[in-house]
Design a protein around this ligand. Structure first.
Ligand SMILES: Cc1ncc(COP(=O)(O)O)c(C=O)c1O
Length: 384
């Protein structure tokens, strides 16, 4: 990433006042795509805001998933044993493991909390990068565990060498998020598997692959291979991202059968609903929807990259459904100002620099982001 400077802000205000949005940005790939979304902003109620803060996926769920939910509603009086078995079988086939390697959860959050309960506690020490997604770490801390942080390096990548050097018998769990949230940056398949193969003989490694389907090479990047080879690695996956199930709450983890038993004792027991599991089963095998979902996300990223390029901003190219970029004002103040302009994003400070994390979304929401950002950035310059 190039150096970010005040010059960028000046350039930003100049390009914005040159009527950027009316011209160049509207020639974006979303408009020419077969899945083009016409702007319905004008018809929206006044309280509408663009929700670009939680990495949700507005391009789904799949039609096949919705159909499966409707069909499953009539069976809602039954405990959903059969549909759970069907989903477990589909996952087992997809991941190349047997069913006793799999635990379902109502979203992967339930599985992260189960991991915190099994490997946390008052004597636990959880090692992870900082910043990363902290749900597991926070749960462990609430139980009295210590968080051993290894800062991301200057390029905002995991420093696996340092992480490895911190792995001692005192560490109870290593937690890695790949691709990482909030950076959108990745560890390659060989990096993560090399790390897991070295470390997992000493300490269990929990790999959170929430965004893996957005990677250039999901199959070549997963750590599930290590589990197939007998290593003490736990991989968590969610349907909340590429499958667009954030509100349906479906996730799963894969680990050695004895670890799955421990996680099940401490964690979710049949918490998923029949309609959600039926929908997940349909979505998992809907290759057409999955490629549509990834394609729309890529087109949204092209819009954001194009906007930031034209505004003179640097950003981290992302293999997820969000983009992180440096800003020149306090992150929290920025977030509040964006919200005043009806756009919800995340503002944060990393290594002393302020950043915005913006989730991908539909064209009309991305346009709202671009308009609000121009106003908020302009205001900062005027204050200067
Ligand atoms: C890295 C990561 N893991 C897990 C989750 C939790 O997802 P869910 O509980 O919806 O499966 C999120 C949510 O944004 C996330 O970013």
């Amino acid at each position: 990433m190039k150096n970010f400077s005040r010059r960028n802000w000046l350039k930003a205000s100049m390009t914005a006042s040159a009527g950027l949005f009316a011209a160049g940005l509207h020639a974006n790939p979303l408009e020419t795509s077969p899945y083009s979304l016409s702007s319905s902003r004008k018809k929206r109620p006044d309280d509408y805001y663009a929700r670009l803060s939680s990495n949700e996926n507005p391009f789904g769920p799949a039609a096949s998933a919705k159909k499966a939910i409707k069909a499953a509603i009539d069976d809602s009086f039954l405990y959903p044993r059969e549909v759970r078995m069907e989903l477990m079988e589909t996952i087992a086939k997809l991941e190349g493991v047997s069913k006793d390697h799999i635990l379902l959860g109502a979203g992967s959050s339930e599985l992260l909390h189960a991991g915190a309960r099994v490997y946390g506690g008052s004597t636990g020490k959880v090692l992870s990068a900082d910043p990363t997604y902290v749900s597991l770490v926070r749960s462990a801390e609430l139980m009295g565990s210590e968080w051993i942080k290894v800062p991301l390096n200057k390029e905002m990548d995991h420093d696996l060498g340092i992480m490895e050097s911190k792995v001692t018998k005192a560490i109870s769990l290593v937690y890695l998020v790949n691709p990482n949230n909030p950076t959108g940056k990745i560890l390659t398949g060989s990096e993560i598997r090399g790390f897991c193969n070295l470390v997992a003989d000493k300490v269990p490694v929990f790999v959170d692959e929430a965004y893996i389907d957005y990677m250039d090479d999901p199959a070549g990047s997963t750590a599930v291979d290590c589990i197939r080879n007998g290593k003490n690695v736990i991989v968590a996956k969610t349907f909340s991202k590429v499958h667009a199930f954030a509100g349906l709450r479906v996730g799963y983890c894969i680990a050695q059968p004895e670890v799955i038993k421990k996680l099940a004792e401490e964690g979710p027991r049949n918490t998923l609903t029949g309609p959600s599991m039926a929908a997940a089963n349909a979505s998992l095998t809907d290759a057409e929807f999955l490629s549509y979902s990834v394609k729309m996300n890529n087109e949204s990223k092209k819009f954001i990259y194009g906007f930031l390029d034209k505004m003179g901003y640097d950003y981290f190219p992302s293999q997820t459904n969000f983009v992180l970029f440096p800003i020149s004002m306090d992150g929290e103040e920025y977030r509040k100002k964006m919200m005043v302009n009806k756009v919800s994003v995340r503002g944060m400070k990393i290594h002393g620099q302020d950043y915005c994390r913006v989730s991908m979304g539909k064209l009309e929401d991305l346009e709202m982001f671009a308009d609000a950002f121009t106003k908020v950035a302009g205001q900062t310059l005027n204050k200067g």
